[in-house]
Design a binder for this molecule. Structure first.
Ligand code: NAD
Length: 319
């Protein structure tokens, strides 16, 4: 593969738009495309060269990068749908298919098999870091695929991210992402329940934080994304739960975890429960809020508010 790549960048949404900007800035020849004209216009204004159809971008591409909402979008695009030719058929033999969408592990493996069967190369590379990370070029990429294919896409991933981890064979990137987010979803519920319990027991937020953050309750949900305002000033709780990581995305990722639990026969109990909790949260107004706002759902069902029950102010000073 060359040092700089010709990249068909498909899916210029919240994440794809800024990722394409960073690729273009790094000197790669980007041809961006999105089915939604507004996304195309926004990317063009941000400096991404865009095209009006995939047929203009894909045949000349070294790499076809997809950043779509779901696995169904990826598989439909690869195969073609609605009478439109698929990406696999449009691409020149040996093209690298790099999917950065978050999709089911089984779908990622299927996408890889489709690409390999059509004479192409394939890597799954879902991300974490959100829109802020996409804009800053500081995403984490979790990568599944052959070692030489990982090496080949590395310059592209370096242009969009800071931490690039080769997790194993096809689908391993998605597997790593789904396992991590299962931990995250469950741990945020546990941390939130602990804070609401602390409120009921008369503990200040700061006192609980000071103990748990330096004890065995320590975790990212507590020490970085703390669901109460005060102890971690940068957490979304301090800005009325503006995301951050939106409830809709947590619900989506926990449903991917649920599917993986089912397809592997793992008898998980917390994962399915967390998926159900975040589905309800997203459906009842939490979709666009940071997922740590789940604490308010717990408070509502507990008949409590933080200010009536805490014995010290949120900043830890005595009342
Ligand atoms: P988004 O909905 O903003 O963007 C997806 C884009 O894909 C849309 O603009 C849509 O029009 C386009 N699209 C769909 N089908 C297409 C096709 N066939 N051809 C061209 N364009 C097509 O979603 P997003 O927030 O950018 O997320 C993208 C992916 O990244 C998702 O899988 C999501 O789970 C994952 N992700 C998102 C975040 C986040 O914070 N937003 C964080 C980590 C991972």
């Amino acid at each position: 593969m060359p040092d700089t790549y010709t990249v068909a960048f498909l899916g210029l949404g919240h994440m794809g738009g800024p990722m394409a900007v960073n690729l273009a800035r790094a000197g790669h020849r980007v041809a961006g495309y999105d089915v939604v004209p507004a996304a195309l216009d926004a990317a063009r204004s941000a400096g991404v060269p865009v095209v009006e159809s995939v047929a203009e971008a894909v045949p000349d591409a070294d790499v076809v990068l997809t950043m779509f909402p779901s696995g169904r979008h990826v598989l439909d695009a690869y195969r073609g749908s609605g009478g439109q030719p698929g990406l696999l058929a449009l691409a020149a033999p040996g093209t690298m298919f790099l999917d950065c969408s978050t999709i089911n592990v089984d779908e990622a493996r299927e996408a890889a098999q489709l690409a390999l069967g059509a004479g192409h190369r394939s890597v799954d590379a879902p991300v974490s870091g959100g829109v802020v990370g996409a804009e800053a070029g500081s995403l984490t990429f979790m990568v599944g695929g052959e070692a030489d294919d990982f090496d080949a896409v590395r310059p592209l991933l370096d242009a969009m991210g800071k931490r690039i981890v080769h997790c194993g064979a096809h689908g391993a990137g998605q597997a790593a992402k789904v396992c991590n987010n299962l931990i995250l979803g469950v741990s945020m519920i546990a941390v939130s329940e602990a804070f609401v319990l602390g409120e009921k027991l008369g503990l200040s937020h700061q006192a609980l934080f000071d103990v748990a953050s330096a004890a065995s309750g320590q975790c990212w949900a507590l020490t970085t994304n703390c669901p109460v305002p005060g102890p971690v000033p940068t957490s979304p709780a301090n800005r009325d739960y503006q995301p951050g990581f939106a409830g809709a995305l947590m619900a989506k990722d926990l449903n991917l975890a649920l599917n993986a639990l089912h397809s592997t026969g793992v008898a998980g109990r917390m994962g399915p429960l967390a998926a159900e909790i975040y589905d309800t949260f997203a459906a009842e107004g939490g979709a666009g809020r940071d997922f740590s706002a789940i604490i308010n759902d717990i408070r509502e069902r507990s008949g409590t508010t933080p200010h009536k029950t805490a014995t010290a102010h949120d900043d830890g000073s005595p009342e």
